[in-house]
Write a protein that binds this ligand. Structure first.
Ligand SMILES: [Zn+2]
Length: 563
């Protein structure tokens, strides 16, 4: 072998492209943080950033990369870059249509003048934004009003947006066919590494195996909250109310999670695992852009060479005007510049969202700085979501809830049971969506394919999975392009594999291993996994001895224990 790598034009091309991905990601992350969180910039202009990196959106780049991908579809780094460039390429072709769709959706309003909904200030609500309907569905206790609101929301969408959604759906499938990938399921299976059909089969199995327990628990909760019969009356309009409306019991538990204790609890937990959260995650609050530039940008670009890599989670917990309230993580550069933003409000949901994001942040903070950008941050979201769910699921861990979070035994039991039922609903929903999407995309580019029966199939599968009656038209509000559902569905089963592994290797059997989070050896194990970057789901499953990321066995076992 005597190929001079410098002269290999493919390699030069791939390296330049990867550099553009890496640099633009840094620019996007910083611009977003300054705009949405630090409030040090007035605008967030993504077009301007894209313009700095023309190579990312050029037709030539796409064509050249496609040749390399088609020649060697198994090469992980090429595949990750191709998937990303393809998304940009397709996105650019349908930009006008999808912007139009999004703008219409943002402006879509529902007439509610006759429904007697009152704002907090006592005024009667006359119009409601489509996007705000879900918040109201959580709060409305009268079933007929809830149903009317839901039906009007669904009707407004069907009249204004369904056909546009279907147009976009068909154009994107046709584009894939024209590029030489008519088998949409096969194409996404290859690029994501997901065994999509097996996920569908396992989803079906999961719905069947949990049917009895789910029906028993969900119908009891539904009847307790509404006074109505579950089988006869429960619809999709009721789900948020049944799962998220406040009760005396949930209020008491929420009070155990005050705003002020959020970060200290995270520190105590992660430091105890040996993850040095207190050192790695430094609190930031920048007075001006100059300070930000000096403290963040200069240090990332010129890390001091004391022999140790710079690992930094920039923890922004300041409650400033206009800061986005949902917790988020944005890795600008790994492991040196990872934004973790939260506007703590307190309460169980707020805490578990923060622990979820902390899982992402710690994963990125312990990546090996020598990894290529493609291995560090590109690829699908399955394994990073797995790590995020691992920490979010401390809220399903009785031992942690009692000994770390300070709940009483009965509070911990109740909190776990509620979360477990909510999770089972979500899981059955993903499992059902997975099955429906396989139906939807099966033969989508073949002659004779029709959307005619898809609504009925959707309603049947989702109603079976959720127990709440779904409306057939609802599918056009419920399918994301590119089988993202597979990432989340797999992350749930993979997290259970990881959790079961940690419990059995690092916890004490007398507490079913639930005290694994106290063992620094568990932290060491996680750090070794994280060091390898955004590994593929098969690799993670193999490293913990399951060898099949779609195996839902551990998930079913843990769920049975918690319900
Ligand atoms: Zn996440």
């Amino acid at each position: 072998m005597s190929i001079a790598t410098e002269a290999n034009p493919d390699k030069v091309f791939l390296e330049a492209l990867e550099q553009a991905f890496e640099d633009s990601n840094k620019d996007f992350a910083r611009a977003y943080y300054l705009f949405a969180t630090a409030k040090l910039s007035e605008t967030y202009n993504s077009q301007e950033i894209y313009a700095r990196y023309p190579v990312l959106s050029q037709e030539d780049t796409f064509r050249q990369l496609k040749v390399l991908y088609d020649r060697n579809p198994a090469d992980e780094e090429t595949k990750r870059m191709f998937t990303s460039v393809l998304e940009t390429y397709i996105g650019a072709q349908v930009a006008e249509l999808s912007d139009e769709f999004q703008n219409l959706k943002n402006k879509l309003t529902i007439d509610v003048a006759d429904m007697g909904l009152k704002q907090p200030n006592g005024e009667t609500l006359t119009q409601l934004l489509y996007e705000d309907v879900t918040e109201w569905l959580k709060k409305i206790s009268e079933k007929p009003i809830r149903q009317t609101l839901y039906d009007r929301m669904a009707q407004a969408y069907t009249e204004n947006l369904s056909q546009r959604y279907i147009d976009l759906f068909q154009i994107q499938n046709k584009m894939l066919a024209n590029l030489g990938y008519p088998d949409v399921i096969g194409f996404y299976a290859k690029t994501s590494g997901h065994h999509l059909r097996k996920l569908g089969e396992n989803g079906k199995k999961l719905v069947e195996e949990t049917q009895e327990k789910y029906h028993q628990r969900m119908s009891a909760l539904y009847e307790a909250k509404t006074g109505l019969n579950f089988d006869e009356t429960a619809t999709r309009a009721d789900i948020l109310y049944v799962l998220h409306s406040e009760s005396e019991e949930t209020k008491a538990i929420d009070q155990r999670f005050p705003q002020s204790k959020l970060v200290p609890l995270a520190r105590q937990t992660f430091d105890g695992l040996g993850l040095s959260f207190s050192e790695v995650a430094t609190e930031v609050d920048f007075a001006d852009v100059q300070t930000y530039q000096r403290e963040v940008v200069d240090k990332t670009d010129h890390p001091t060479h004391n022999g140790m890599p710079l690992r930094r989670i920039l923890l922004d917990i300041t409650n400033r005007e206009g800061k986005r309230s949902r917790a988020y993580v944005y890795p600008a550069a790994v492991p040196s510049e990872i934004y973790l933003s939260v506007k703590p409000e307190g309460g169980l949901d707020d805490y578990s969202a923060f622990f979820h994001e902390s899982g992402h942040a710690l994963h990125f903070a312990y990546e090996n700085p020598e990894l290529s950008y493609a291995r560090a941050l590109m690829g699908n979201n399955t394994t990073t979501e797995t790590y995020a769910y691992l920490f979010q699921n401390l809220f399903l861990n009785r031992h942690w809830l009692r000994h770390m979070a300070g709940l009483s035994e009965s509070e911990a039991r109740l909190a776990v049971q509620q979360r477990a039922l909510e999770d089972l609903y979500m899981l059955r929903r993903y499992a059902s969506k997975m099955q429906f999407e396989l139906h939807l995309f099966e033969g989508v580019n073949e002659p004779g394919y029709s959307l005619e029966d898809k609504g009925e199939i959707y309603a049947k599968i989702l109603t079976q999975g959720a127990g709440f009656r779904y409306d057939p038209e609802g599918w056009t509000r419920d399918v994301d392009a590119g089988f993202y559902v597979a990432d989340y569905f797999t992350a749930w089963s993979l997290e259970a594999q990881l959790r079961e592994y940690l419990c059995s290797h690092f916890g004490k059997p007398e507490v079913q291993g639930e005290d694994w989070y106290l063992n620094p050896e568990a932290g060491k194990f996680l750090k070794a996994l994280w060091a390898d970057g955004n590994i593929a789901q098969q690799d993670l499953s193999a490293r913990i001895g399951y060898n099949d990321p779609t195996d839902v066995g551990p998930l079913l076992r843990l769920m049975a224990h918690n319900l």
